[in-house]
Design a protein around this ligand. Structure first.
Ligand code: HEM
Length: 496
């Protein structure tokens, strides 16, 4: 930048001779309306905030690369996965879920694990969490669930009563709640946790054959968690410690890495799986469906500006690329609609043109105009299709195999009908923990449930206790003991 380009200017580029002092009638007098720069500066300042994400508002991001280490072309024709050694640029954002943009990084919460792969066939977003399952299995429940995780409408405080009321009334949440109450609910920053696509997705190969897959990113830094007490202290000591940890380690050149694996189920196998393979509250056994290595994700570049890249990043499960597709998972289906809608509200209809979101390869279509259209808007090319001029085609080589539907009868099916084993998997998880981990899990549950209060307290606690008992009797007994409940009181409430 030459000396001549170092002048402070207005937003329209006029050099400013007075940056610090307003234009006034005499040194102690009123300000003049014609001090345009003062208006511009205060008006710009008033507009600095955009709506924060309705969930996952607090987060940290970094750029990096994904490198293929194993040939999985028999499952997928995705171009960014088609050759061992192939590298793809990635942007990634970690987050907590329930807190506001200024909330503490060490809250007990799932952590978002969202990735954007800038591939030659378009941007591929994998918008996962650090947990393989979720609290609910029907997207209709998402707003109700999230309301319970945020602030009570009357007190404006976090409210354990509504949290446990919702969880106890929706026992399908038990698996995720068990993970959340373990020390994995308070990971040590973002580098020491695994990441999961969580949903079942599909992969399609060059012969147009479909398999179903789960994505697992396993941390190369090793799992490290905070205990409930450490997490609580960290909220006061350094509410931004996960952001600081990620930023400083990348700055030092100590680049965090995750190894990507998939689990694969054939269409045939989905029909005989013990649980609904498209139910987000369930995992697939790794013994039966072993992890298959795919590649390495490395984060190696801090964004130059937080707002530009991290706050304006827009990830959407709708953004799949050829060779990777959806599944009948109802939650995934709901998310396909919800995210781009959130982006249009939060960032405007042309959000895909913001540099962090822009596909660096090719975007050709007939969408035009709208607020903040800054990419030339298609110039003089036709804005309709078909046309006789531009030569753009819908390329049939990207066609997916047709989908067989499960049923021709549409209805509001009870999500838990014939699908109400919410207890085996969380029970198995509990039994896998060592004694120390079990103790932390129980202490965290007891601490959290002790916040339940009010006229429905006993009802809510007893309902949730039944779920813990059904997962594992020892777990139920330990929680009951921790809450100071006698066997007499328990037997009054237990189902006969
Ligand atoms: C039907 C269920 C769900 C709905 C309706 C939903 C909706 C949303 C919305 C509206 C946002 C804010 C998007 C934005 O403003 O950019 C968001 C963010 C996010 N959601 Fe979900 N969500 C659901 C379930 C899930 C699940 C199951 C996962 C993980 C497996 C997940 C992971 C994330 C992540 C990681 C973000 C933050 C993305 C970022 O870093 O910008 N969500 N969700």
């Amino acid at each position: 930048m030459g000396e001549n380009n170092k002048k402070i200017t207005t937003s329209s580029g006029a050099p400013m001779p007075h940056y610090e002092d307003s234009l006034s009638a005499g040194p102690r007098g009123q300000l003049l309306l014609q001090d345009y720069f003062l208006h511009e500066k205060l008006a710009q300042f008033n507009r600095e905030r955009i709506p924060e994400r309705i969930v996952h508002a607090k987060g940290s991001g970094a750029y990096g690369k994904f490198t293929v280490t194993n040939d999985i072309s028999k499952y997928t024709r995705a171009k960014f996965l088609n050759k061992v050694g192939k590298e793809t640029k990635v942007f990634m954002r970690f987050s907590t879920v329930g807190g506001e943009r200024g909330s503490a990084d060490s809250e007990r919460d799932p952590r978002g694990f969202a990735m954007k792969f800038y591939t030659e066939d378009g941007n591929y977003d994998l918008v996962g969490n650090n947990t393989p399952v979720f609290f609910i299995k029907d997207p209709r429940k998402f707003p109700d669930f999230i309301h319970t995780q945020k602030r009570d409408p009357y007190t404006n405080c976090k409210f354990p009563t509504m949290v446990w009321d919702f969880w106890s009334l929706n026992p399908e949440s038990l698996h995720q709640v068990t993970i959340l109450m373990s020390n994995r609910g308070t990971p040590y920053g973002f580098r020491h946790m695994h990441g999961y696509g969580s949903h079942t997705f599909s992969m399609i190969n060059k012969d147009n054959e479909r398999v179903y897959v789960k994505f697992h990113f396993r941390t190369e830094q090793g799992i490290r968690n905070l205990t409930g007490k450490e997490a609580m202290e960290m909220r006061g000591i350094d509410p931004d410690y996960a952001q600081r940890d990620l930023y400083t380690t990348i700055e030092k050149g100590d680049f965090p890495k995750w190894k990507l694996h998939i689990q694969v189920m054939t269409e045939e196998q989905t029909k005989t799986f013990r649980w609904n393979p498209f139910d987000l509250t369930k995992v697939w056994s790794q013994k039966e469906y072993p992890l298959i290595e795919v590649g390495i994700l490395e984060l190696n570049e801090n964004p130059a500006n937080y707002f530009a890249d991290v706050e304006q990043a827009a990830f959407a499960p709708a953004h799949v690329v050829d060779g990777i597709s959806f599944s009948p998972d109802k939650m995934l289906q709901g998310r396909i609609l919800s995210y781009p809608d959130a982006h249009r509200y939060r960032l405007g209809t042309n959000f895909e043109q913001i540099p962090v979101n822009r596909c660096p390869f090719m975007v050709n279509n007939y969408h035009r105009d709208g607020y903040m259209r800054v990419d030339g808007n298609g110039g003089s090319l036709p804005n309709y299709h078909p046309n006789s001029f531009d030569g753009f085609v819908a390329d049939q080589s990207y066609v997916e195999p047709p989908l067989k539907l499960d049923s021709l009868v549409a209805d509001h099916y009870d999500r838990n009908n014939n699908d109400d084993d919410h207890f085996t998997q969380p029970g198995d998880l509990y039994r896998l923990l060592d004694a120390n981990e079990k103790e932390h899990l129980v202490n965290n549950i007891v601490d959290n449930m002790s916040g339940v209060d009010g006229p429905k307290k006993d009802e809510i606690i007893m309902r949730q206790l039944c779920h813990w008992f059904r997962a594992d009797t020892n777990l139920g007994m330990s929680v009951a003991k921790g809450l100071g409940l006698s066997m007499d009181k328990l037997s009054e409430h237990m189902p006969k």
